[in-house]
Design a protein around this ligand. Structure first.
Ligand code: HEC
Ligand code: HEC
Length: 287
């Protein structure tokens, strides 16, 4: 019927497309970059972080890493609180990306201690077995150039002081990169809010089970040894042979991490695996 009346069809099709455009583009754009979008706690990058960000772009880290956690359950469980538009007001250009060869980095800040990043950047495989991320140890040979950051400040309109800028002269590109990585997604205090309280009794389902201890040992080697040492002797994190903790406390620490201490949360590996780790640590405990 309509297809025999081309003018009417054209008008109706245009109207249909306009409705779609208004709903999916114009309406959302009206609420982007308004005052309501601003987040008080989001601050500009410091000179050191800004340098790190530029090296991140220069090295093409964004070809393998995205910087946006989408509001989907699977993403929030893996990476943390989903990204808010107000968190990117100082990103010029933004680095959201769409291809993930490596994990998303939007919520990286505070996940690991600085020392972890220095080692991981030096040689990713010492921290994550089988990582295919390239080594970037060589960037620590390059010192930063305060003159350059002065020029960037003028372009970006960031309020740096003369002391902040001259302090850069003793820093290298690795320092800048780590400072930048620690800033990512940490302007809003999401980590504390995301900690789950475990309701009810925590009962160890595997007490004394040899198989569980062995499985826990393997998990330890892959996930914990880079920070706590192959023999639990301690390295970036403390030694774990002298814990004197009950099973439930240990479970909570592994599940939630220690958000202001640099111990990542491992709750997402599932409760069976966390219990296997608990049993392994208890079996290695001197007490
Ligand atoms: C060829 C792809 C590739 C490139 C390029 C790359 N990465 Fe990675 N990155 C990975 C992969 C894969 C992982 C996961 C394994 C690992 O942690 O090493 C990863 C992990 C990471 C992690 C740990 C994230 C976490 O939550 O555990 C950080 C931090 C990181 N990369 C930073 C960088 C930086 C900074 C650069 C640029 C200097 C970079 N990456 C370049 C592939 C890449
Ligand atoms: C990125 C490095 C890192 C990784 C990976 C890591 N930890 Fe930790 N861990 C730490 C740091 C740092 C602390 C000290 C935090 C504090 O007390 O403020 C810590 C603390 C702990 C504690 C408390 C120790 C005490 O004496 O209070 C336990 C238990 C622990 N980690 C177990 C584990 C287990 C099990 C794994 C593997 C599933 C693991 N950690 C992986 C860095 C790490």
């Amino acid at each position: 019927m309509w297809e025999k009346r081309p003018i009417l069809l054209l008008l109706l099709a245009t109207a249909a497309i306009m409705v779609g455009t208004i709903v999916t583009m114009i309406v959302p754009f009206m609420s982007v970059n308004t005052e309501a979008d601003r987040i008080e706690s989001v601050t500009p990058y410091t000179p050191l972080q800004q340098e790190g960000r530029d090296i991140y772009i220069r090295e093409g880290c964004n070809n393998c890493h995205t910087q946006t956690v989408r509001p989907l359950v699977s993403e929030v469980l893996r990476y943390g609180e989903y990204s808010k538009s107000g968190e990117f007001v100082y990103d010029r250009p933004f680095l959201w990306g769409s291809k993930r060869t490596g994990p998303d980095l939007a919520r990286l800040g505070g996940k690991y201690p600085d020392a972890w990043h220095y080692k991981h950047m030096d040689s990713p495989r010492t921290m994550i077995t089988g990582s295919n991320m390239p080594d970037y140890g060589w960037i620590k040979e390059n010192l930063l150039d305060p003159q350059m950051i002065q020029r960037k400040m003028e372009t970006l309109n960031f309020p740096y002081t003369a002391e902040q800028i001259s302090a850069l002269a003793v820093k290298n590109e690795m320092d800048a990169m780590v400072a930048y990585l620690q800033k990512l997604g940490s302007d809003i205090p999401w980590r504390k809010a995301a900690e789950t309280t475990i309701i009810g009794e925590l009962n160890n389902p595997f007490t004394g089970d040899k198989g569980a201890i062995e499985a826990g040992g393997e998990l330890y080697e892959n996930s914990c040894a880079p920070c706590h040492g192959d023999k639990l002797e301690g390295d970036i994190g403390p030694e774990l042979t002298d814990l004197d903790m009950d099973d439930a406390d240990l479970y909570q620490i592994i599940h939630n991490g220690i958000s202001d201490g640099g111990m990542p949360a491992f709750g997402s590996i599932g409760s069976d695996k966390v219990w296997q780790l608990v049993n392994y640590l208890q079996s290695e405990d001197d007490n």
